[in-house]
Ligand binder design. Structure first.
Ligand code: SAH
Ligand code: SF4
Length: 360
């Protein structure tokens, strides 16, 4: 009978490791941790997929030969694009990336005036079940590992480089999944992505969007995480919100707003609130007034997102004049807002929509 101790450990993704963890791996294998920096640079700055033919000093070449590759301790994940679509206006590019176990996740690249933003997934599927969301409609499949989140940034960055563009400036965690339901993996991924020696994205340019996982919001504040926070509301009364966002039964609006106020008190940072505008459901001036009352006294900015239609939800996007009126009503109440177009509707750019469409 084999024991657990005798079982070989499963290979790990090098992209799962923070810099400190990589250094510890070098120490454990009897190689100077000074080599961690060169390997890190090749991985996260050079964006190399192939470390075996990289020009390293002999000890590092030996380490790579012994540790990385088929049947060894580490591998590098290089999810390939099962689908790579560009929108008609050329401003959006959408990848459906296939992970090692066959799961597919969406990564979207948006370009505007030479500034590029990538929208990342944090889970395959989502457990939160928001009724209008294509990812919510497919249910939860699994959490992503840190390396699977980092790999999306590498993919986007490599695509920009190949097209001769400047690198990524902004990240939004608004793809498939609920980031605060996969808290530890997301925080590790962001630590890797913001490391100055590698991808070097600015923490202030990385927005975490949550459906309102209250313990996660409180933890972000307690840990003083430096990332901007967006909270998806969609409804300003318990009943109206619960009809769209089922998890508000677990974390009611009253608790969510208390968490937002605590977050603001502890961090002093403004919070973004997302509101998907659905015609006839939550887009009237009265809805806007209730939203403004809910946000009174908070440093808030509202992002209004006209609904992107999905197969599993009967509902339409707000008409532009209704969106404008909603925005004006907020403005009168002193709440700043922006109407955000979900880019590239011609190519199913709502989160989870591309995967849902491919599955048909
Ligand atoms: N789970 C997180 C982040 C991913 S969703 C969250 O819910 O915040 C990112 C944003 O897209 C959320 O505000 C979500 O409500 C919105 N969204 C999802 N599906 C949409 C759709 N079909 N049309 C418009 N906005 C949508
Ligand atoms: Fe999950 Fe966000 Fe979609 Fe809700 S909107 S189902 S939380 S991904």
């Amino acid at each position: 009978m084999t024991t657990d101790a005798a079982a070989p450990t499963a290979p790990r993704s090098l992209l799962d490791l923070t810099f400190a963890e990589l250094e510890r791996e070098f120490v454990a294998s009897g190689t100077s941790p000074l080599h961690a920096r060169s390997l890190w640079r090749a991985l996260h700055h050079g964006l190399n997929h192939d470390l075996v033919s990289a020009e390293f000093l002999p000890p590092l070449r030996r380490w790579v030969a012994e540790q990385v590759g088929a049947g060894r301790r580490f591998f590098i994940e290089t999810p390939e694009a099962a689908t790579d679509l560009a929108s008609a206006d050329g401003l959006t590019r959408k990848f459906l990336l296939r992970l090692a176990d066959g799961q597919t996740i969406e990564t979207v690249l948006m370009g505007f005036k030479g500034r590029h933003t990538a929208c990342l997934s944090t889970q395959a599927g989502c457990a939160m079940g928001c009724v209008f969301c294509a990812t919510g409609q497919m249910g939860f499949v699994r959490h992503l590992r840190p390396g699977e989140i980092v790999a999306q940034v590498r993919h986007a960055q490599r695509a920009l480089r190949a097209a001769g563009h400047a690198g990524l400036r902004n990240l939004v965690l608004m793809g498939m999944g609920e980031p605060l339901h996969n808290y530890d993996a997301v925080m590790t991924a962001l630590e890797i992505i913001t490391d100055r020696r590698g991808l070097n994205l600015a923490p202030s340019k990385i927005t975490i969007s949550t459906v309102g996982v209250v313990p996660g919001i409180l933890r972000l504040a307690a840990e003083q995480r430096p990332y901007p926070l967006a909270v998806s509301l969609h409804g300003a009364t318990e009943l109206e919100r619960a009809a769209l966002v089922p998890v508000s039964q677990r974390w009611p609006l009253v608790e969510l707003m208390a968490a937002c106020r605590a977050y603001f008190a502890q961090t002093g940072r403004r919070i973004f609130f997302e509101w998907t505008l659905i015609a006839g459901t939550n887009d009237s001036p009265a809805h806007a007034e209730r939203l403004a009352a809910l946000l009174a006294g908070l440093a808030a900015h509202v992002n209004l997102i006209p609904l992107n239609p999905t197969g599993g939800f009967v509902g339409h996007a707000t008409r532009p004049d209704a969106a404008k009126l909603f925005q004006q009503t907020l403005q009168v109440a002193g709440i700043p807002s922006t109407v955000r177009q979900r880019r590239g509707i011609d190519m199913a750019a709502g989160c989870g929509q591309l995967r849902a469409e491919r599955a048909k």
